[in-house]
Ligand binder design. Structure first.
Ligand code: 13P
Ligand code: SF4
Length: 385
């Protein structure tokens, strides 16, 4: 099995994971909706079943209406793997395109329409950074056997790192199973990159010995400071069963418990994504992944009111798809869209499809072979849960 190299992370962190991807050319910047529809239809006609377009739940209407499949990141990768299409155009963010590349056959090519669609949370735990913190973490924990578990929302090199240190990947639906898997093999879990999903999972499992690790703090003592979510008696790293990397999603962190209480006072039930703060998750009526949120609304009775605690585009899609249910975003106009998802605009989609139809392959996301091999190991461990 391939070993990852240790490197100094300060100089190697990058804003965009694949900075070789091309930007939208001038010729495609001002297309109107009618021109776009016509051109997308012509390119798709030319490509036939050589292309499949996947639209993540958080993409805007003008993207999902051109998608062959709409869903969560993991479902979409599975759709790609099940199809025989040569080209998988993934309207989502970089880590999703990477996961699709890991799971699809070698002769399938994954295209990310926009080079700037990089999830900030995935960027909060880059493999080089985790690799460089690893020894300190093990040392400070008194030589514990730490099993790294990374959320699907992370880059392929971090997934590979987890595999090479005996760990695995999880989604927001199977994080508790992944923790249990890890505890059968080690003394503590290092959960990356989302501290809220990690703490919500620890809460589900009744684990109290949880610490946050701030990779940006100067030393370990600083990184152990109490926060909003951690009250004064913070356990020592040596006592910790779960170590949370200090990453978060800014879209989900925006929700507060008073949004939940206001919605409930107004007669709504609340469904929240587990990337939300623990206080929000505790107050919500339902908690789950984006597919679970879709199921909740699909199964709601006509006339019910549901407030959606996740990215605002999914709330809007659900309101459109289920007019019999009163669906609203949890914090109204203050709800955020995902800045990374927003980078995939319909002109980018038009451009990549036209390029493919013309025989060129723009913005290919290809995970390096050694990372791919290891990331697939971490993924397989998850599939066996
Ligand atoms: P899913 O894994 O449900 O697609 O969610 C992705 C995501 O980015 C959540 O913030
Ligand atoms: Fe990343 Fe949050 Fe956007 Fe999901 S919603 S892609 S976690 S920034």
């Amino acid at each position: 099995m391939v070993e990852l190299q240790s490197v100094g992370f300060e100089s190697e962190l990058s804003l965009f994971k694949y900075d070789t991807l091309e930007q939208l050319p001038e010729s495609h910047r001002d297309l109107d909706e009618a021109a776009r529809s016509r051109r997308i239809a012509a390119a798709r006609e030319e490509l036939g079943d050589r292309v499949i377009v996947l639209g993540h739940n958080y993409q805007r209407r003008e993207i999902v209406e051109y998608a062959d499949f709409i869903g969560d990141s993991y479902e979409l990768s599975k759709r790609a793997a099940e199809s025989d299409a040569d080209y998988v155009v993934f309207a989502g963010v970089t880590f999703m395109a990477e996961s699709a590349d890991i799971i699809t056959d070698d002769d399938q090519t994954v295209i990310l329409p926009s080079m700037e669609a990089s999830c900030p949370m995935a960027g909060m735990a880059e493999a080089v950074q985790v690799d460089s913190a690893w020894e300190t973490l093990v040392e400070e924990s008194g030589g514990k056997d730490i099993i790294p578990v990374t959320y699907m929302n992370s880059y392929a090199d971090l997934k590979a790192f987890c595999a090479s240190h005996g760990g695995l990947i999880c989604t927001s639906s199977n994080a508790a199973d992944a923790f249990e898997w890890a505890f059968e093999r080690g003394d503590a879990v290092l959960f990356l990159p989302d501290k809220h999903l990690g703490r919500n999972t620890a809460d589900d499992l009744g684990i109290d010995e949880v610490v946050e690790w701030d990779p940006w703090a100067g030393d370990v003592a600083e990184s152990m400071g109490a926060t909003d979510e951690v009250e004064p008696d913070v356990p020592e790293l040596g006592d910790a069963e779960v170590i949370l990397w200090d990453g978060y999603c800014q879209v989900h962190e925006r929700f507060r418990v008073d949004h939940v209480e206001e919605a409930q006072a107004d007669g709504a039930k609340v469904v929240a994504h587990p990337e939300c703060r623990p206080s929000v998750v505790a107050a919500a009526d339902e908690v789950g992944s984006t597919s679970h949120i879709c199921d909740v609304i699909e199964n709601a009775d006509a006339g019910e009111t549901w407030a959606i605690g996740t990215e605002v585009h999914l709330a809007r899609h659900l309101a459109r798809w289920h007019p019999e249910v009163d669906v609203r975003p949890l914090c109204g106009d203050a709800c955020m869209d995902c800045n990374a998802m927003r980078q995939v605009d319909p002109n980018y989609l038009t451009w990549v499809l036209e390029e493919l139809a013309a025989g060129r392959e723009p913005n290919v996301v290809e995970v390096a072979p050694e990372e791919k091999e290891l990331a697939a190991v971490a993924l397989d461990r998850m599939l066996e849960l």
